[in-house]
Design a protein around this ligand. Structure first.
Ligand SMILES: [Zn+2]
Length: 347
């Protein structure tokens, strides 16, 4: 759970082509200009390395509640941000993630799941691009008049404005659909494959821990399914192989996980995948070369093409059993969606 509170700030500053001195001259120039014209200018906060919550020249801090959170000003300020302002509540440019130290942050992400909370609210879990997994309350979302509508349904790619909470729970302020991935809700095979992806990401993603590669993998997976592939389950299985590799659990498939010998004939999740007879333990089961080859091919094929990889039904069944066993073993908990995915297949 290591955090780099100001990593993005530092990156932004280092990338600035003119460096600090250059920006200093610009700021000085603006101050001089402001002095000549007699108007007061807001201080430039863009390069400031620490959080500056509550310090604004235009009086926003007067509307902060005693605990530092925004009180009555939230609605008005939010509307302004969405339409005209290029800066967030503390004067920073928008687009900073959870770690930027500001109470309101902007993110894009894919909704993993939502559960009911109380009479009218929901807690949504979102895999975001810059802030890892985020859990946030969507207030009033179950009322028919809710401004969120269907924007926070699972599978949806959304752009969010989120208030940082004190614990792990944040609050969604605004949500706009980037892509609804509507196809996934109208077809059982696509839905089951999509559910597998969402659940696997939910298992491996850490809250508020940036994981851009995992987010991009999920987004590509949603796009691949939305394109209605010939074999959605193969796309989901290719996705699981890539997710396992990203998470440090890449299964051995073409050589023995223990000694590296070619053409392994057994499979043991606890040993890291395929193993030779000499290295097989009591938990190792048989594995055909065809099934292992099929998994290796799926793992090496892009998600957008994985739905076209062909194999006969016997190989599909065997390889799926090996992969699901390996996935459950390494993601530790039983995944609810895998039996559903298996049932959704014609094979
Ligand atoms: Zn071996």
């Amino acid at each position: 759970m290591a955090r780099r509170p100001h990593g993005r700030q530092r990156d932004r500053r280092d990338r600035h082509p003119r460096g600090r001195a250059g920006r200093g001259r610009t700021a000085l120039g603006r101050e001089r200009q402001a002095g000549r014209s007699g108007t007061r200018r807001r201080p430039l906060l863009r390069g400031c390395p620490v959080a500056v919550r509550g310090h604004r020249a235009d009086g926003v801090q007067d509307r902060l509640a005693p605990d530092g959170r925004l009180a009555s000003a939230i609605g008005r300020r939010t509307r302004r941000i969405s339409t005209t302002s290029q800066r967030s509540l503390t004067g920073r440019p928008e687009g900073h993630g959870y770690d930027s130290g500001v109470p309101l942050y902007k993110e894009q992400g894919v909704v993993l799941r939502s559960v009911k909370l109380g009479e009218a609210d929901k807690i949504v879990t979102v895999m975001t691009q810059g802030s890892g997994k985020v859990r946030a309350v969507a207030k009033g979302i179950r009322k028919t008049t809710s401004r969120f509508g269907a924007r926070l349904e699972p599978f949806t790619h959304v752009s969010l404005m989120v208030y940082r909470g004190r614990g792990s729970l944040d609050t969604v302020s605004q949500a706009e659909i980037v892509s609804p991935f509507r196809a996934l809700r109208g077809d059982l095979g696509l839905f089951a494959a999509g559910e597998t992806m969402l659940e696997a990401v939910d298992k491996v993603a850490e809250e508020h821990e940036r994981n851009v590669r995992l987010f991009m993998l999920l987004l590509t997976g949603m796009r691949a399914l939305d394109a209605r592939p010939a074999d959605p389950a193969a796309v989901a299985e290719s996705f699981l192989l890539k997710l396992l590799s990203l998470s440090g659990f890449h299964p051995a498939l073409t050589t023995c996980a223990v000694c590296g010998a070619p053409a392994p004939e057994r499979f043991a999740s606890g040993l890291g995948g395929a193993v030779c007879r000499a290295d097989a333990d009591l938990d190792a089961g048989p594995a055909s070369l065809e099934a292992l080859d099929f998994l290796a091919t799926l793992g090496g094929t892009g998600l957008l093409e994985a739905g076209d990889v062909r194999a006969d039904n016997e190989v599909r069944r065997e390889s799926r059993a090996l992969l699901f066993g390996f996935t459950e073993y390494h993601l530790e908990r039983r995944m609810k969606s895998l039996p559903i995915l298996a049932r959704s297949l014609a094979t």
